[in-house]
Design a protein around this ligand. Structure first.
Ligand code: DC
Length: 222
């Protein structure tokens, strides 16, 4: 008898769609592990920045990835033993992440690390290509989205609530640029797979989105 594969719930979608928040809550409720794959690309962008490597330098960045020590612990992110949780969350590192993520060599250098998160009893993985490339055998595939305006509004309020400066029009423009780059790149573009469940969250709050995901999972299990 072959062992049952460890279940994966893949949650993909564009920037600021709320998929990270939803994925984390779903992982907690199921007692599953959680992979924030966007954080990996953000860490790579930050590491390249700190080393003075341009985000367009595919070979240099791919070599750098092989040397990075990346750890996640209690919701915090560590790069070479330094807590970089705050530094990777800035808008500029989001833009950098989107640029380094367009390089095939950088993406392939991160595949094994992403697979290593698949541990019993299960994994909730959030990103852009969780369902299409990294975990194509995921048990449940959710493509979570919201209009660019709603996502910009959410990001705007989030920044204000943290006491940071925020310019709605700039946030909207940055999101649209990032969407275009993530959707139009040659490797692993952001697109829903044919077998994905589409979840449009423009009119939903976090609890409602989590409930729909959990219902989708139990329907599949039942
Ligand atoms: O989810 P996020 O905003 O933290 O992701 C940052 C960038 O990383 C995003 O613009 C595209 C890239 N990314 C990717 O290409 N593939 C993933 N699986 C996750 C993120």
């Amino acid at each position: 008898m072959t062992a049952k594969p460890i279940p994966v719930i893949a949650i993909d979608g564009p920037s600021a769609s709320g998929k990270g928040t939803v994925a984390q809550i779903v992982a907690e409720k199921l007692g599953y592990h959680y992979l924030d794959s966007g954080a990996l690309y953000r860490i790579v962008a930050l590491a390249a920045f700190d080393e003075g490597i341009d985000w367009q330098e595919e070979n240099d960045i791919a070599e750098l990835v092989a040397q990075l020590k990346i750890e996640f612990e209690h919701g915090e992110v560590y790069l070479n033993n330094q807590n970089v949780s705050e530094r990777i969350r800035t808008e500029i590192m989001g833009q950098g992440a989107s640029q380094v993520a367009a390089h095939p060599l950088v993406r392939s250098a991160l595949v094994n690390l992403q697979h290593s998160f698949r541990k019993a009893p299960g994994l909730v993985a959030d990103g852009r290509d969780m369902a299409s490339v990294i975990f194509p055998d995921a048990k449940i595939k959710i493509f979570l989205t919201a209009s660019a305006e709603v996502r910009a509004e959410r990001r705007y309020k989030q920044l204000l609530s943290k006491g940071q400066e925020a310019d709605y029009q700039k946030i909207l423009k940055d999101l649209q640029d990032r969407d275009a780059r993530d959707m139009q790149r040659i490797v692993s573009p952001l697109i829903p797979t044919a077998d994905a469940n589409l979840l449009e969250t423009s009119q939903l709050n976090v609890e409602q989105a989590v409930d729909i995901v959990l219902t989708t999972i139990s329907a599949k299990n039942g």
